[in-house]
Design a protein around this ligand. Structure first.
Ligand SMILES: [Zn+2]
Length: 56
C-alpha cells in the first residue's frame, strides 16, 4: 500500500535490496553510516549532501 522509496536516491525500492533500490545505494548507506560512526564532530562534508545518481 505504501510505495517505499530508497532513502538514498528516492527511487522505488527493489525487494532484493530493501529498503534501498540497489546494492549500490545499500553500499552508500553503509559507508555513510560508517562515516558518521567514525566522523569527528564538525567535519561535515557538503559534497555528501546531494542525491546520488544511479547509473545502473
Ligand atoms: Zn537508491
Amino acid at each position: 500500500m505504501t510505495a517505499a522509496v530508497c532513502p538514498i536516491c528516492s527511487k522505488p525500492t527493489a525487494p532484493e535490496h530493501r529498503p534501498f533500490c540497489s546494492r549500490r545505494c545499500a553500499d552508500v548507506d553503509l559507508h555513510r553510516w560508517l562515516a558518521g560512526r567514525y566522523a569527528v564532530p564538525g567535519s561535515e562534508d557538503p559534497d555528501e549532501a546531494g542525491p546520488i545518481e544511479d547509473e545502473d
